[in-house]
Write a protein that binds this ligand. Sequence first.
Ligand SMILES: Nc1ncnc2c1ncn2[C@@H]1O[C@H](COP(=O)(O)OP(=O)(O)O)[C@@H](O)[C@H]1O
Ligand SMILES: [Mg+2]
Length: 251
Amino acid sequence: MSGETILSMQGIHKSFGPKKVHQGVSFDLHDGEILALFGGSGTGKSVILRSLIGLEKPDAGIIMFEGRDIAQLGEDDLIDVRKKIGYVFQNGALFDSMTVEDNLAYPLIEHTDLTNEKIHARIAEMLDLIGLKGSEKLLPASLSGGMQKRVGAARAIILEPKIILYDEPTAGLDPFNTHRLLELMKLIQRTGKKNGAIFVTHDIPSAFQVADRVAILYNGKIHAIDTTENIKASKDPFVQAFIAGEETRGL
Ligand SMILES: Nc1ncnc2c1ncn2[C@@H]1O[C@H](COP(=O)(O)OP(=O)(O)O)[C@@H](O)[C@H]1O
Ligand SMILES: [Mg+2]
């Protein structure tokens, strides 16, 4: 991990009607790190991830990536951003009527000029990575929840994005499948081209297993952000209560 900032969110404010969700969210993502983002449900974690790929527009603040402010980009430029920032959606979000192979081929067909042969080779490589070799012709419905999440992760990384956003990827998974997914996240981190990743989760033990740093979203702001070790050792009573699972305000 080099520590260089590859993405920076500064002073983000966002309201939906009278509801103030973000009230000055600021943090940096470093090259090569997994940053875990904790926060109770409804605190605005998914809205942060959605803002990073331009699916939400902040009311104020900047999101710097590769010298541009994502918050100011139009749809054409956002297509480029979405190639570079992969999003593993909360519910896997596979196309139900398409086979595993077609789900994985979709971003490659949309965004690259690869030949069919190269597309097949890339899909085979991804299926190998996620432990689903030979599943090309299966429909998502015939896969377990854990397998669907792994295919969702594969689809998000197939264009080799610089940043990967994971929205509660272990939610609803049993301990075995949680472990497999965490191992896959670590593997992606090691094999990727210096990816940075943001891992949104409620699952604090899982986050501690894979995260380099941890950020806690509370009351519309990043209440604390530090290395996993420092967060665990924090003397801040709120941080301590939060990681012990005792902090339930807003959960
Ligand atoms: N498109 C929207 N319209 C109105 N309210 C929204 C919208 N998206 C999110 N919200 C509200 O913003 C808050 C934060 O949502 P979200 O980011 O999904 O929370 P979480 O931290 O659980 O991921 C919630 O109260 C939610 O109801
Ligand atoms: Mg969410």
